[in-house]
Write a protein that binds this ligand. Structure first.
Ligand SMILES: [Zn+2]
Ligand SMILES: [Zn+2]
Length: 359
């Protein structure tokens, strides 16, 4: 669907846990941290419990944050543990359907919600006895998207020893490098099958188990997460303060993939845009447009750095040190953008756009 050119941007942080599951804080404390970090929306997703009540706008002076309540659902009887699903906007308890991922997705859709596969690739941490909880049932149909970049899976992947754990716990700014290459490949493969799969970034903020010993009490606070891996949404109008209307705006942008993932710690990613001009007008990330008559892509970066335009999983153009990039084509394909930035001695993923589908 074509969207208007003057879209508003919302910074949202999703996938986090409270004391209702294995997090260490309350909904109210999450809202306060989100207000302090200056983000617009948080989506709390406790394990296998949909918490009714805390969904509302929280205010501090003239600052406002919308807290939405979703759920992270998995089959707790499954051995080994796999298949975590993030559910947004269903507005009811659905964990009773966890035993069958296809039934769960159907249930989410019937409830008007969105189903996103959480941490599709999640490596084990042998040092800490943390298992691999990747998604394995890839025959499922009808889900809306995947969590392309999960902050906690990435942290886990670095825990090669207790020393590594202590190092990264005290230096959380050194953790994030980007989505796992396997997850990016997986996403490109799904897109190549003709599916529309929306990518989001999640912080997966919650306390690690006590058996992680000295690391536990030094782990990064939620304010840190809210300045790290965010999902940025493009919406047709600003949030109004009306819960029903604002929730609808957020869910609709997620459903359509009017979104990009921004790692906001090295530098704010706000203002990134990836659009395509076709003969019918401007298309945004998540949209589809016709190749007939040619398509002009425009990419706008918040600062000059390395930008890659990916078509059907392969780079077709790489720009370095540009903040405005243009590419003209008449070739159908799935186009998306990756942006990299140098930060603390490494080249790191900074922005991952959702695709524009040229048909
Ligand atoms: Zn999970
Ligand atoms: Zn989680």
């Amino acid at each position: 669907m074509l969207a208007s050119n003057s879209m508003q941007e919302l910074t949202i942080n999703l996938h986090m846990h409270t004391r209702f599951s294995d997090g260490h804080v309350t909904h109210d404390e999450i809202a306060q941290a989100a207000l302090a970090a200056g983000i617009d929306v948080v989506i709390v997703t406790d394990h296998n419990v949909w918490v009714n009540g805390p969904e509302k706008h929280y205010k501090d002076g003239d600052k406002r944050v919308l807290l939405l309540v979703g759920e992270e659902i998995h089959d707790q009887t499954r051995e080994p543990q796999k298949n975590h699903m993030l559910v947004f906007g269903a507005g009811r308890e659905l964990s009773t359907l966890a035993y069958d991922p296809n039934r769960l997705i159907d249930g989410v859709r019937q409830a008007g919600g969105l189903a996103f596969i959480a941490h599709p690739v999640d490596p084990p941490s042998k040092t800490f006895g943390e298992p691999d909880i990747s998604w394995v049932n890839w025959d499922v149909q009808g889900y809306h998207g995947i969590e392309l970049w999960n902050g906690m899976s990435e942290f886990k992947s670095l825990l090669k020893s207790k020393l590594h754990a202590a190092y990264y716990a005290f230096n959380p700014r050194r953790i994030a490098h980007g989505p796992f290459p396997q997850t990016l490949r997986l996403w490109d493969d799904l897109l190549a099958e003709g599916r529309r799969v929306v990518a989001v970034g999640g912080s997966d903020a919650h306390a690690l188990p006590g058996r992680m010993g000295p690391v536990k009490r030094t782990l990064f606070p939620y304010t840190f997460h809210f300045k790290s891996i965010n999902t940025h949404l493009l919406v047709p109008q600003p949030l109004s303060g009306d819960l029903f209307e604002d929730r609808r705006l957020v869910l609709e942008a997620l459903r359509q993939g009017h979104a990009f993932i921004g790692y906001d710690l090295p530098a704010p990613t706000q203002g990134f845009r990836f659009t395509a001009q076709g003969k019918e007008g401007i298309s945004h990330m998540g949209d589809e447009l016709c190749s007939q008559g040619g398509v002009t892509f425009q990419i706008r970066l918040p600062r000059r750095t390395e930008c890659r335009l990916i078509k059907d999983g392969k780079p077709v153009k790489v720009w370095t040190r540009r903040d405005t990039c243009t590419y003209i084509t008449s070739e159908p394909g799935v186009y998306r953008v990756e942006v990299y930035i140098h930060y603390l001695g490494y080249r790191r993923g900074w922005i991952f756009s959702n695709p524009i589908y040229v048909i």
